[in-house]
Design a protein around this ligand. Structure first.
Ligand code: MSP
Length: 652
């Protein structure tokens, strides 16, 4: 039986998720949802990579055990995947018992093949990658090719895996199976790397403690990549007594096994992992699908570079489906793409609010006005059924190759055709002339059935939106199935609810003004800005502790408000003239919704006086008043200072 097994990389727990991680998971979700929709048996795995030096260090820096750090970040991942409607069947953590058992079983097979030996190991090491690089790769400056950070010379006694032995079989496999590494450019890259010769790989560490002990080699811990890569089979029960999932999804000769990864970890997946599997006598993945990077300012978005986008603001305002859509439409298979709010908003308005939202609303409104629900009579006598057939063919072909943006193009072409058909057949005129006639019913049936089919084809990409469109067409709930991908399944004569816009147009100007304001407020008040629920900014308030000397850099002083008025054009910002004892300052604060300016006069407040001045809606603010932020919305409540405390008193 044909099966489809898809995996994301398992994510490190020393970083909180950002757009890059979301992308890998969303593409895996779309691919799996597509295969599920066309009736295949699927399984979708994601998880976290929790061992190794980086995690050990990150936890130590926060003064907590590595497992506590891992638990916290894992909770974030669970929340995020729920929010993004990710349909994973399993979530594996490398600290789980089932994983360890599976890793040990894999190691036993490699050991039995005689592919491990002990030797002294020395080389240039990047701690962030947890990998060694050759002189050629790191150049004269000895910098990591991924992170650009300096590599260090490491030397220790390790266990080695005979990777060199697998160069020829790997090359042969790559040559025989063009689908093994995708896209083609990456396959060429892998083949040229293997042709350059493979050196044996150190697969244990003696200086790292946070990991799985290497079976039978006291003092050695399994190299984090050997440990991590095994997750793809340990989560299926490899090495356990119950191997049903393993047999169904990995051992099955008719099964497809696809690893979706970023191009940064290609070598691990297309060379090391298959070599481990060859040594263990296990089947290889059918495809390693390496996507490009989301860039910010021309650089890979990553924590170590410090340029990550955590799209909480966009998601809160426009919903997770809009981001899913943007990521899939904007990035071409295998290439890099730049992330920007501007590009997001442009696509949002053009594609979602206009093309999709307006077409759906227009058709639903016509149905309600004409029949109070779906039409009484079906039809296949327009050009829409054949437009659908063509769109479905392209959509399928694109999704079979994981060319997500091409699949979306096919749906958008159909939307345009539906729109054109509605305009050309003028149902409003027909209604005026003939009332709710059979002809009107047939016209609107073709349009509505076309829209329904768009919703089904959109389901893998935007499940929530697809469900909403189906509801707008009076369809019963539940995820679509293979049969729903055929013309003629729109129910006749059923009532439909009042139309609500799917994607109300975004006011880009207002969005950026609001964002600028929030950013300057955040810059001014980092300590009082709580992470909103489900956001991904901080692990917990206690994680990033600072020393007293750092705290003392912040100059906090009591002040008395002498004058207060609203910043013109803003209902949130209030400008205050504050007496700080030795001086007076103009301070702007975002408290206008909670406090009337007149009620502020005479009040004692706490002011941060050594912040760089900021401009808020054109008005200079030379300081920041402190407020507690209360509730989910973070409503500001000014800190109280008793009236007898004179202005200018230092707060410590
Ligand atoms: N733990 C390893 C993977 C082990 S898999 C057996 C790891 N983890 S990670 O947390 O760093 O996540 C890496 C993956 O996140 C990348 O391979 C990629 O899939 C995704 N991305 C992280 N940053 C990215 C971008 N800026 N752009 C696109 N995806 C990137 O590596």
């Amino acid at each position: 039986m044909k099966t489809f097994y898809a995996t994301t990389p398992i994510y490190y727990v020393n970083d909180l998720p950002h757009v890059g991680h979301i992308y890998s998971t969303v593409v895996t979700d779309v691919a799996t949802r597509y295969h599920r929709l066309i009736g295949e048996k699927t399984r979708f795995l994601t998880g976290t990579d929790e061992h190794g030096q980086n995690i050990e260090k990150a936890a130590a820096a926060q003064g907590i055990p590595p497992i506590t750090l891992a638990d916290r970040v894992v909770a974030r991942y669970h929340d995020l995947w729920r929010k993004f409607d990710i349909s994973n069947d399993d979530f594996v953590r490398t600290t789980e018992k089932r994983h360890r058992t599976g890793v040990e079983a894999l190691i036993a097979r490699i050991e039995a093949a005689g592919d491990f030996y002990t030797d002294r190991h020395a080389g240039w090491y990047c701690a962030s990658c947890e990998a060694f690089y050759t002189e050629k790769e790191i150049g004269e400056e000895k910098r990591c090719p991924v992170h650009g950070t300096p590599c260090v010379w490491e030397s220790e006694e390790n266990i080695f895996f005979r990777l060199s032995k697998y160069a020829a079989p790997l090359l042969e496999h790559c040559e025989k199976h063009p689908e093994f590494v995708r896209p083609e450019t990456r396959r060429a890259e892998v083949m040229s790397f293997v042709r350059g010769g493979l050196t044996d790989l150190s697969v244990s560490r003696s200086k790292v403690r946070w990991g799985i002990p290497f079976p039978g080699r006291p003092g050695q811990v399994i190299y984090v990549w050997l440990d991590a890569l095994a997750n793809y089979i340990t989560a299926l029960g490899f090495g356990s007594e119950d191997r049903r999932l393993y047999d169904e999804f990995w051992g099955n000769p008719e099964g497809r096994r696809v690893h979706f990864i970023g191009k940064d970890i290609l070598r691990f997946h297309a060379i090391y992992w298959p070599a481990f599997l060859l040594s263990a006598g296990l089947p290889l993945p059918t495809t390693v699908w390496a996507h490009g990077w989301w860039l910010r300012d021309e650089k890979k978005m990553s924590k170590s570079v410090g340029n990550v986008v955590r799209p909480d603001g966009l998601v809160a305002e426009f919903g997770p489906d809009a981001l899913r859509y943007f990521l899939l439409r904007e990035m071409t298979f295998g290439q890099d793409a730049s992330f920007s709010d501007e590009a997001f908003l442009t696509r949002f308005n053009a594609d979602l609010a206009n093309d999709l939202g307006n077409t759906v609303s227009r058709v639903a409104a016509l149905l309600r006005q004409s029949f109070g629900g779906t039409p009484p009579e079906a039809s296949d006598s327009s050009e829409i059924p054949s437009a659908f057939a063509a769109a479905q063919k392209d959509w399928r072909a694109a999704l079979e190759e994981f060319a997500f943006n091409r699949a979306l193009d096919a749906v958008w072409r159909l939307l345009t055709q539906i729109n054109g058909y509605v305009v050309a057949s003028e149902p409003w005129k027909v209604r005026k002339e003939e009332g709710a006639s059979a002809r009107l019913s047939r016209i609107l049936y073709a349009a509505a059935e076309g829209v329904r089919l768009c919703a089904v084809m959109l389901f893998p990409f935007m499940p929530g939106t697809s469900r909403r469109i189906c509801q707008m067409l009076g369809l019963p709930g539940g995820d679509p199935a293979r049969e729903d991908l055929a013309w003629g399944r729109l129910p006749l004569g059923v009532p439909i609810p009042e139309t609500v816009p799917l994607f109300p147009r975004a006011d880009a100007g207002a969005y950026f003004a609001q964002k600028e304001m929030t950013m300057s407020e955040e810059k001014q008040a980092p300590a009082t800005t709580p992470p909103s629920p489900g956001t991904t900014q901080a692990v917990s308030p206690s994680d990033n502790r600072i020393g007293i000397d750092e705290f003392q850099k912040v100059r906090l002083v009591t002040g008395r408000v002498l004058e207060a008025d609203r910043v013109p054009g803003s209902n949130k910002l209030v400008r205050m003239n504050v007496d700080l004892g030795a001086e007076r300052r103009q301070v702007v604060a975002g408290i206008g919704k909670q406090y009337a300016p007149e009620a502020l006069v005479g009040r004692n407040v706490v002011v941060v006086t050594n912040l760089k001045p900021a401009r808020l809606m054109g008005v200079v603010s030379d300081g920041m008043v402190l407020a507690a932020t209360v509730g989910e919305a973070g409503e500001p409540v000014l800190l109280e200072v008793p009236p007898d405390v004179p202005p200018g008193s230092r707060v410590k």
